[in-house]
Design a protein around this ligand. Structure first.
Ligand code: GDD
Length: 324
């Protein structure tokens, strides 16, 4: 039985990836902070249905000895490094911890991989935020990076570390440059879930408005379930390489609002207000990817488009908030 080790298993992508790998017959191991194990009801909700099918190991990404023990114990065949401080907005409030966790965490993971499981395959969750103030539209694997936040900078560092471990030590280490991917399991602080949850709360009279920041920002949005499949496909290749994964469509936050509210029979213009305090000091105005390389080499294609994604998220939140 192949063994997969996932950091960030309690998050949206980690939970879908754990499901996918378990379904493929892998032994699935997740690194989780001890605090998550101690507060299972809240922090493990995305994994509740998998709890007897996967193994969770307490560990800390911020120290090498902790990872050393885990790698020694698990001896993984595939490593998916998803854990990070992943909220861009928060990275402006706390640049230091974002850089510390994201860069050192990736470095320690790569180092443990090299020392203890060098014949395994390693996936790093890079990000379209690395393109930041984009140099071209659409972006592909050759587009230069120009990050606009400590988060984006930390992902560029992780990308370079991963590529360098591949080139310097001949390891199978790849970067997935994933564009925004959402789902019914998305955290409530991200804009799509903030919108879908507010649509439901407004519908049931639990809220009367939705305060957002920049409604004109454009993002290339897909569904997490499609994107974790791409992660796995990257590790099934003969040769390690980096891939852009995206929907090849871009939409404004405003368009997302318009469609989400209309599913509940509401007009977003009556409820959405744009507030300066939700603007970022430096914004990424437009993200639009070109994933022809992934289509050609991996044979990957997204199955859930923009409209279906919004419908799934809003319907799920309408159900969730019905009885509140
Ligand atoms: N979160 C949030 N909250 N975003 C808002 C709001 C708001 O109230 N109002 C407008 N926005 C805009 C942001 O300014 C941004 O332009 C856009 O909505 C999307 O914001 P997020 O959903 O927070 O995602 P993100 O694009 O910053 O980052 C996500 O995608 C990256 C890949 O491109 C995260 O998942 C990152 O971890 C990921 O790497």
């Amino acid at each position: 039985m192949k063994k997969a080790l996932i950091s960030g298993i309690t998050g949206q992508d980690g939970s879908y990836l754990a499901e996918l790998l378990h379904g493929k017959g892998y032994g699935v191991y997740g690194i989780v902070r001890r605090v998550a194990l101690e507060d299972q009801a809240n922090r493990m909700n995305r994994l509740a249905h998998l709890s007897d099918k996967i193994r969770l190991i307490p560990g800390c990404l911020e120290t090498y000895p902790s990872l050393y023990k885990i790698f020694n114990q698990v001896q993984p065949d595939e490593i998916y490094h998803l854990a990070a401080q992943s909220y861009v907005s928060y990275s402006f409030e706390d640049e230091f911890s974002t850089l510390n966790t994201n860069i050192n965490g990736t470095h320690f993971m790569l180092s443990a991989f090299k020392d203890l499981a060098p014949s395994a395959k390693f996936y790093f969750a890079a990000s379209s935020e690395m393109f930041g103030k984009v140099h071209e539209v659409p972006q592909n694997e050759s587009t230069p990076f120009h990050p606009r936040s400590a988060y984006g900078i930390s992902k560029v560092a992780g990308f370079d570390l991963t590529r360098n471990y591949r080139e310097a030590y001949g390891l199978f280490a790849v970067n997935g440059i994933l564009y925004n991917h959402e789902s019914e399991r998305r955290g409530f602080e991200f804009v799509t879930r903030k919108i879908s949850s507010h649509v439901a709360m407004i519908k049931y009279g639990l809220r009367d408005r939705l305060e957002l920041g920049n409604l004109d920002a454009k993002r290339d949005w897909g569904h997490s379930k499609d994107y974790v499949r791409a992660m796995w496909m990257m590790l099934q290749q003969e040769k390690p390489d980096d891939f852009v994964i995206c929907s090849e469509e871009t939409h404004t936050v405003r368009e997302f609002c318009e469609r989400a509210f209309s599913i509940a029979g509401l007009d977003y213009r009556n409820y959405v207000v744009s507030k300066p305090e939700f603007y970022r000091p430096a914004e990424v105005d437009i993200l639009l990817g070109n994933c022809s390389k992934a289509k050609k080499i991996l044979g990957w294609r997204p199955e859930i488009g923009f409209d279906m994604l919004i419908e799934m998220m809003v319907k799920s939140d309408l159900e969730r908030f019905k009885s509140k």
